[in-house]
Write a protein that binds this ligand. Sequence first.
Ligand SMILES: *[C@@H]1O[C@H](CO)[C@@H](O)[C@H](O)[C@H]1NC(C)=O
Ligand SMILES: *[C@@H]1O[C@H](CO)[C@@H](O)[C@H](O)[C@H]1NC(C)=O
Ligand SMILES: *[C@@H]1O[C@H](CO)[C@@H](O)[C@H](O)[C@H]1NC(C)=O
Ligand SMILES: *[C@@H]1O[C@H](CO)[C@@H](O)[C@H](O)[C@H]1NC(C)=O
Ligand SMILES: *[C@@H]1O[C@H](CO)[C@@H](O)[C@H](O)[C@H]1NC(C)=O
Ligand SMILES: *[C@@H]1O[C@H](CO)[C@@H](O)[C@H](O)[C@H]1NC(C)=O
Ligand SMILES: *[C@@H]1O[C@H](CO)[C@@H](O)[C@H](O)[C@H]1NC(C)=O
Ligand SMILES: *[C@@H]1O[C@H](CO)[C@@H](O)[C@H](O)[C@H]1NC(C)=O
Length: 203
Amino acid sequence: MSDYGSNNTCCFKCIQFILTAGLTALFIWLSLRTTKPSCSLENFYLPALNKSDNSNSTRSNHTLSFQLNLNNKMKDKGVRYDDIKLSFYYGTNTSFPIGNYTVPGFYQGHDKKAHKKGMLETQKMPWNDALKMVSNGSKVVFRVDVATRVRYKVILWYTKRHNYTLENNTVKVDGSGKSSSQQLHCCSIGLPLIFLFSLLLLL
Ligand SMILES: *[C@@H]1O[C@H](CO)[C@@H](O)[C@H](O)[C@H]1NC(C)=O
Ligand SMILES: *[C@@H]1O[C@H](CO)[C@@H](O)[C@H](O)[C@H]1NC(C)=O
Ligand SMILES: *[C@@H]1O[C@H](CO)[C@@H](O)[C@H](O)[C@H]1NC(C)=O
Ligand SMILES: *[C@@H]1O[C@H](CO)[C@@H](O)[C@H](O)[C@H]1NC(C)=O
Ligand SMILES: *[C@@H]1O[C@H](CO)[C@@H](O)[C@H](O)[C@H]1NC(C)=O
Ligand SMILES: *[C@@H]1O[C@H](CO)[C@@H](O)[C@H](O)[C@H]1NC(C)=O
Ligand SMILES: *[C@@H]1O[C@H](CO)[C@@H](O)[C@H](O)[C@H]1NC(C)=O
Ligand SMILES: *[C@@H]1O[C@H](CO)[C@@H](O)[C@H](O)[C@H]1NC(C)=O
């Protein structure tokens, strides 16, 4: 490079700097990029709505059980969950809260799935209404909200906490007392902040 004039050397260095900076930014962005875990609910079951079990003990069993599945699809980053709060409602809005459940926070390694079972005693559930619905063949609708905060583990460090909330999701239960598996929709932010952070690192 020394046989170029000083102007050319300067120009070359300039281009080299821009390329290096660009590649570094790209690399940092790629390695800090995060994907939200996906979330689904299955085995949502209320024995009292099981039409094939007519025993009194089952009719008066007011429990609700479910399994929460969380899937971290990232190949190189872990996820640390704070306590996961689930709120259950009768109907499609929040007018009839019937119970809450908290899954204790935990760490999920990269490319791992977690299955968390839970059971709660429902409160103020309009059972007569619900039983009428399933006995004439219609479905009972429940709303489930999920709220927690997550930190992503990038190599050795944790990012700051990001809200992870899933709201306004509905689960439909028929006369088997059970729902089919339900994917929950997510609305949490993360990516734009990470991108800004990597740009800041560069400057
Ligand atoms: C409903 O009750 C019947 C009779 O007890 C039982 O065989 C069946 O497994 C129950 N359904 C579910 C989804 O657990
Ligand atoms: C179930 O409860 C009803 C009234 O609540 C009663 O008449 C019936 O005998 C009970 N059945 C059993 C098997 O206990
Ligand atoms: C209610 O039903 C659930 C699920 O079938 C069962 O695990 C639980 O022991 C029952 N509770 C009572 C009080 O019968
Ligand atoms: C909630 O939904 C029920 C019908 O499913 C409706 O009657 C009620 O007004 C709704 N409440 C609110 C606050 O939207
Ligand atoms: C669920 O938790 C909320 C606060 O997070 C509380 O206001 C509500 O009463 C709880 N519902 C039940 C049924 O315990
Ligand atoms: C079942 O009952 C519910 C309310 O009681 C009613 O809204 C619905 O239309 C009924 N469905 C059928 C198929 O009769
Ligand atoms: C995160 O959730 C908390 C309540 O859980 C709320 O106060 C806060 O505004 C949320 N932050 C963002 C960025 O949405
Ligand atoms: C919740 O979902 C229903 C449809 O399932 C939609 O009509 C309603 O506008 C939603 N509410 C909010 C607050 O997003």
